[in-house]
Design a protein around this ligand. Structure first.
Ligand SMILES: [Cu+2]
Length: 147
């Protein structure tokens, strides 16, 4: 077999099998953000399956812990003041919170691909929001951005 034929075959295989490049997204954990005090920013984020999301601390007072994931979806529990990075493969809605600031409505929504579990997420969001002392409509506003 001539070498050039082999090279073309390898190249063709590489092009066909190469996965789409997974993107990396960043969410900041803020004392003061565009939506007010104690927020994740962006608090609603849409990504593609396989993308990575990093939660970046801006101080020691925040964390990110998942509250709801789609079936077989990953969950996470970031330590206080620590960066946590998650790769999200399963399609659906992910809800997460900052533990010390749940009562202030410090929560967020990530949509991965199709919002397959939207009704479960809406139900969970009602339970979460009932525990907010302020910013009670924040989470439902975030969920309204789901497409
Ligand atoms: Cu916080």
């Amino acid at each position: 077999m001539p070498l050039h034929f082999f090279s073309k075959a390898v190249l063709a295989f590489a092009l066909i099998s190469a996965p789409a490049l997974a993107a990396e997204h960043k969410i900041q954990m803020l004392n003061q953000g565009l939506d007010g005090m104690m927020t994740f920013e962006p608090a609603y984020l849409a990504v593609q399956p396989g993308d990575t999301v990093a939660f970046l601390p801006t101080g020691a007072a925040h964390n990110s812990r998942s509250v709801l994931s789609p079936e077989n979806g990953t969950s996470w529990n970031g330590a206080m003041g620590e960066k946590v990075t998650v790769t999200l493969e399963q399609e659906g809605i992910y809800l997460y919170q900052c533990d010390p600031h749940l009562a202030l409505g410090m929560v967020g929504v990530i949509q991965v691909g199709q919002a397959k579990n939207l009704s479960a997420a809406q139900k969970q969001a009602q339970t979460l929001s009932s525990r907010f002392a302020v910013n009670k409509d924040r989470l439902s506003q975030y969920l309204e951005k789901v497409e």
